[in-house]
Design a protein around this ligand. Sequence first.
Ligand SMILES: *Cc1c(COP(=O)(O)O)cnc(C)c1O
Length: 431
Amino acid sequence: MPFESENPEHAIYDRRESEVRSYCRAFPISFDTAKGSRLIAEDGSEYIDFLAGCSTLNYGHNHDDLQKALIDYITSDGLTHGLDMHSAAKATFLNAFEQHIMKPRNLDYRLMFPGPTGTNAVEAAMKTARKATGRTNIIAFTNGFHGMTLGALAATGNAGKRGGAGIPLAGVVHEAYDGYFGPDIDTAEQLDIRLSDPSSGLDAPAAFLIETTQGEGGLNVASDAWLRKIAKIAKKHGALLIIDDIQAGIGRTGGFFSFERAGISPDIITLAKSLSGMGLPFAMTMIKPQYDDWKPGEHNGTFRGNNHAFITAAKSIELFWSDERFETEVMRKSALLEKRLEAIVATSPIANRTKGRGMMKGIEFLNGDLTSEICAKCFENGLVIETSGAHDEVIKVLCPLTITDEDLNEGLDILSKAIIEIEKSYAKTAA
Ligand SMILES: *Cc1c(COP(=O)(O)O)cnc(C)c1O
C-alpha cells in the first residue's frame, strides 16, 4: 500500500526507502516532534505513544533534563566520537553506573561496550560465553528475541526473521520457555534431565540465553522459581547464564534489572534500548570479571561507546535510580495498568487474558487479525500501539514509564474503545 500524504516531499518514502521498512507501514504518517509520551506528526496531529521505541524511551521523549545535559555537552564541544578512547563522558557514565546501579545491588561486573545496538550486545555476550567455556552450543528459548545479526538471529525464534539470514543459523538450540507446554510441565526439569544424559544428543552448552519477560515473543513471563532453577542447572552443567535485559530491564518490569526479584546472579547481562535514557544508540554487555577473557581489540568496532549517550545515560541514572522513588512509582503505575487491562479482559469476548509484568503488559486476543484491526483503530484515534507474539496475537502496552496517569488513562480509553468496536464487527461476522 503506497504511503498517502498531501505533502509532495513524502513521495520519497515509497520511491527510495527499502521494502524492509516496517513500523512506518503500521503507522502511516510522518512524525516531526515528540515530548514525554506524545508524538506529533508533521500535519500537527498528536498521538499518545504506547510503543516508546519498543521500550527505548522509558523516560519519555526529550526529557527536559536529559535534553539539557546533551545540549550543554554538545555546545561545550564535548567529544562526539572517540572510538573507545577514555573520555570525560565515559568516566561520568562508568562512575554513575558503578555508584547508583552496581554498588547498591552488590554487583561486580566488567562493562564492555560493543557496537551501539542491542544485537551487538548479544553477539558480544555469546562470543564471551563461547570463549570462556570453549563450547559452541548456546541454549536459547522458544519465542525468544535477541536481534538480527547472525549470532543473535540464530538465538531468535521467529521463523520470518530467521528466514532473512540467507545461510544456516548455527550454534544455538531452542528449548521450551517456562510454561511453553502449559503449567503442569516443568521445562527446566526436562532440560536438566536431557543435559544429564550423555546420549540425549544435546551438546553441552556454553550458555543459556534468556529474557525474563519475552518482549517480542508475546509477553511470556518466566517465574522467579523457574529462573532460579535454570540458574542452578546452568551452573551444574558448566554453562554461563546470560540474561538479555534489553527490553525487560531499566525499570520496564520494575527494578533496574528485570531479574533482581528472582535473586539470580547472571554471568553476563545485555543492556541497550533504554540504557541511553534518551533514545540514542547505546549498548553494553556486563561480564563477571572471571569471564572477561578478551584480548585488547579482539572484539573491535568504530562505534563502541557513544559519548552523547554516556552523558544522557549518566544523567538518567542520577535522575531516576539514585533512590527508590522512580521504582516505587513504576510499580504503582503498573498496578493501575494491570487493573485496567483486567477490566477489559473481563468484559471482552475476543480477549483471552492479560500477559506480561510491570509496565510490559498486554492482552492476548483470539487471533492476530483482530489485534491488527484494533491497533489500526487505535492509530486512527490517536494512539500508537503494537502487537507481539508468534501470531501477533498480543497487544502490548509499552508506554514511557514516566507517563502521567492522565495520558495512561487516555491511551487505555482509546484502546478499550477500539476493542469494543472491533468486537462488534467480529460478532457480526461470526453470527
Ligand atoms: C530489541 C531487542 C534486541 C535487539 O536490539 P537491537 O537494538 O534492535 O539490535 C535484543 N534482545 C531483546 C530482548 C530486544 O528486545
